[in-house]
Design a protein around this ligand. Structure first.
Ligand SMILES: Nc1nc2c(c(=O)[nH]1)N[C@H]1C(S)=C(S)[C@@H](COP(=O)(O)O)O[C@H]1N2
Ligand SMILES: [Mo]
Length: 270
């Protein structure tokens, strides 16, 4: 799907909706003459020769309906409408965000460059101030080599920009955020890998928890949009978005975008 519809996981949902709507329109267009004919024919008592009724596909003594056709349509319609009303505000944003009753709540990310949805806060997963303070280091390993960088050294490397969303499988996504940081391929180049960037194990300072590390496949690591981000929307990452550095990759569930990264191991761990 990624090759047919390039873009992020989030935009895949978007394309998926249009494919669905397109398929529905085509279906209706093909079926409409038959449906009109069937409704008209239904007014006659005799089943048409060759019709499903005549072929015996319909019960000769159907049980009494528990809901009318109009009732079924109204129920599904009202349900769909209710879902639309209580979720649309998440996509519209701004004041309307408050109307999205089914969207994540209770953790208002606030305004400003870092003001977008947070999955787990630093506090909730026990990130210790000492782990992300001045003593924080990024270790890059691979091809039998190891390079250790401070955040200053990371910032001194060529900075690249990527406009990418966070799309969490828990059912929310952000619009595109403007990330900046160092390309994963540039970090692989530090240990002599570069263009042949292999898969990478990303580890967080977070102790325990299933999201504290993730493996990115080679094609994800090689993508020039994939960053170890240090800034977002023109400001330093805030603690809850993964300061000092976090991964951001396209076309992947949010859980692959590890926060509070401290070690990257390219290739198979030695
Ligand atoms: N270390 C760590 N990284 C993590 C997580 C986590 O719990 N711990 N949550 C992941 C999930 S499930 C999502 S959806 C994104 C959310 O990123 P955000 O909180 O910056 O929006 O971070 C991912 N990175
Ligand atoms: Mo997530």
């Amino acid at each position: 799907l990624h090759y047919i519809f390039p873009g992020s996981f989030y935009t895949l949902h978007f394309y998926g909706a249009w494919v669905f709507i397109g398929a529905f329109v085509v279906h209706v267009a093909f079926r409409l003459p038959r449906a009109v004919h069937a409704v008209r024919a239904g007014r006659d008592a005799q089943p048409r020769a060759g019709s499903e009724e005549a072929a015996g596909l319909v019960s000769p003594r159907p049980a009494a309906p528990t809901i009318s056709r109009r009732g079924a349509v109204a129920m599904v319609g009202a349900g769909s409408l209710a879902l639309l009303v209580v979720t649309a505000g998440q996509s519209i944003g701004g004041w309307w965000r408050g109307t999205a009753l089914l969207a994540p709540h209770g953790r208002d990310p606030g305004p400003g460059p870092n003001g977008f949805q947070i999955n787990k806060t630093a506090g909730s997963v026990g990130i210790r101030p000492g782990d992300i303070g001045p003593d924080w280091r990024l270790t890059v390993r691979g091809a039998g080599r190891q390079v250790v960088l401070t955040r200053q050294e990371l910032l001194a490397m060529p900075q690249s920009e990527s406009a990418l969303p966070i799309a969490c499988v828990e059912g929310w996504s952000t619009s595109d955020q403007q990330w900046s940081g160092v390309r994963l391929t540039d970090l692989a180049a530090l240990v002599g890998l570069g263009a042949q960037t292999p898969r990478v194990l990303v580890e967080s300072v977070q102790r325990g928890g299933s999201f504290s590390s993730a493996v990115l496949a080679a094609n994800q690591a090689r993508d020039t949009r994939s960053l170890l981000a240090v800034r977002v929307n023109g400001a330093d990452l805030c603690l809850d978005h993964g300061y000092p550095a976090r991964v951001i990759v396209p076309a992947a569930p949010g859980v692959h975008n590890t926060k509070w990264v401290t070690r990257l191991t390219f290739g198979d761990p030695a």
